[in-house]
Design a protein around this ligand. Structure first.
Ligand code: CU
Length: 140
């Protein structure tokens, strides 16, 4: 029965580590020669945790970014950490926090999945990582 539950969770695009739940991870498809994309998802930590990093086998590096209005301009900047208050869903969305995938090693094709490993710091400075499979969605 346990394996059925896990399969259902995967089908819904959810992944779960000891403390952090990840909902509907997705990334944008790329055209050939484009070496950058962005990824989005929802995160919830039961006890409270901090997202401190991410990596993917398809990217040379992955950064956590936030979008902010500066005057009339929407700008993005790298942020080192994203706190997850206990029990609250925190969304990474277009226009907000997101992951940037740099130096892509392959084109991201619509309908495929991209593994992304998320690194968290949980209570007492423990480290925990979760691998999610981000669904590649169309460019527009
Ligand atoms: Cu960005």
């Amino acid at each position: 029965m346990r394996s059925i539950v896990i399969l259902l969770a995967l089908a819904a695009g959810f992944a779960r580590g000891a403390d952090v739940e990840v909902g509907t991870p997705w990334t944008r498809a790329t055209v050939r020669l484009l070496k950058v994309s962005s990824a989005y998802m929802e995160l919830r930590s039961a006890q409270g945790a901090t997202l401190v990093g991410a990596s993917s086998p398809v990217a040379g590096s992955v950064e956590l970014h936030e979008m902010r209005m500066e005057g009339d301009l929407m700008k993005m900047r790298a942020v080192p950490r994203l706190p997850l208050p206990a029990g609250k869903w925190v969304a990474l969305t277009p226009g907000g926090y997101h992951l940037m995938l740099y130096e892509l090693k392959q084109q991201l094709l619509e309908g495929t999945r991209v593994p992304i490993r998320l690194e968290f710091e949980t209570g007492g400075g423990r480290r925990e990582s979760i691998e999610v499979q981000a669904e590649v969605r169309p460019l527009r």
